[in-house]
Design a protein around this ligand. Sequence first.
Ligand code: SAH
Ligand code: SF4
Ligand code: F3S
Length: 489
Amino acid sequence: MEEKKIKDQIDQTEKAAIDEVLIPTEEPQRQYYFIEKARRDLAELSAKAGRPLTFCVTTFGCQMNARDSEKLVGILEQVGYVEEPEEEKADFVIYNTCTVRENANQRVYGRLGQLGRAKKKNPYMMIGLCGCMMQEPHVVEKLKKSYRFVDLIFGTHNIYKFAELLATRLESERMVIDIWKDTDKIVEDLPVERKYSFKSGVNIMFGCNNFCSYCIVPYVRGRERSRDPKAIIREIERLVEDGVVEVMLLGQNVNSYGKTLEEPMTFARLLKEIEKIDGLERIRFMTSHPKDLSDELIEVMGNSKKICKHLHLPVQSGSSRILQKMNRRYTKEQYLTLVDKIRTAVPDISLTTDIIVGFPGETEEDFQETLDVVRKVRYDSAFTFIYSKRSGTPAAVMEDQVPEEVVKDRFNRLLKEVQDISAEVCAVHEGTVQTALVECRNDHDERLMTGRLSNNLLVHFPGDESLIGKLVEVSLDECHGFYYMGKMV
Ligand code: SAH
Ligand code: SF4
Ligand code: F3S
């Protein structure tokens, strides 16, 4: 069959025949081949349009998705597309979607309707959809039925094939759909275009094996796979050569890094290796699951000069009963003991968290336990979420779903508690001098620059753009709840 296909191609034009015969089977070479191919097709289209064609990638969801979008942008730029920040003006719009909560999905459908209308006016326009939502079969069915104007649909497991899928779409008029159920493959060394010159996310692992009972991520991101430590170190070394001073190591559960490798390795050891990279100034990571946070890691954090003084440690609920139903595999007491241990080893660490309100069966007493944890830990900040039912997860079919008004009331009470505490906690650093990595010009006042402290808080201070990407000493003069006003010293 394969031979016949190749022979048929040879019988066509010679150029097409050579293309087909030479398609590499190994990655990433195969994708570089398709980048070239798409480049030729796009150049023809641009010539016809009489202008360069543009793209806009819109990212929903977490940092993992943000990093994936940088990979899409890397390929689009190599293919010859030019970035257009305004979605409505772009010739190729890609939504990198999230499905962790239902409202994320609704936003995508709403905006897709608007894009469909824009497409009618622009003959060169293409629409691509990828990311976690696409891994849900009912979503793809709905798109095939009611959103026929979408050009390209792919999932989270085959994002590395983006160049190939794009080349396929450029050569045909049909909707291209390619979704994989799961994968054990990790493709290294594809192009990527960073949003910031001085900092970068770095995937250290993909997928999740935890199956928290409310969460859809394990179903849409697949099984846990760790990247080879050598590939991670090599990537960071190259980033540093290219001007990066801060990396954010990314994984759904970084504390279980390395367990699935042929030569198992711990996250703490990986951090020690990364710390040795000359020129790298700051290391961040997310997310840490409390059940896997080891003493070894706490020790490494305590001794490190580069690991930032910030730990995001999602608690989800303060009730041990609810935590068990959530399949989090720790109790309220274990969580609080862990926090104490971390604070002893790294006294000035900033702690942040994620909390879900209204998990099925949550009573007022359970909710009081959550407030109790918030008061005891005194988080620097917390992301609070209303429980969202995700079909296919165990929690979706649990009894006692909590009525909406009750959840909203609890949510508001929680938010107030979290905000009051975080304003107090933030004020603790007022009057100190700290190192900030200068990230950008301030949005509201162009005389000011914005820098990020080791503890992840922002400080605004007078300065100019030449400071971007530099580490500077800033006095934190006034605390404004969630940020500081200061000056360079
Ligand atoms: N891997 C990370 C979290 C990824 S999702 C971890 O385990 O901490 C980010 C956050 O979204 C979660 O921490 C949780 O608080 C929230 N979340 C996940 N599923 C949710 C759901 N069904 N409803 C409401 N919030 C949810
Ligand atoms: Fe979801 Fe739990 Fe995995 Fe985090 S650890 S991604 S909350 S299943
Ligand atoms: Fe959303 Fe997928 Fe991240 S569901 S939170 S984008 S892993």
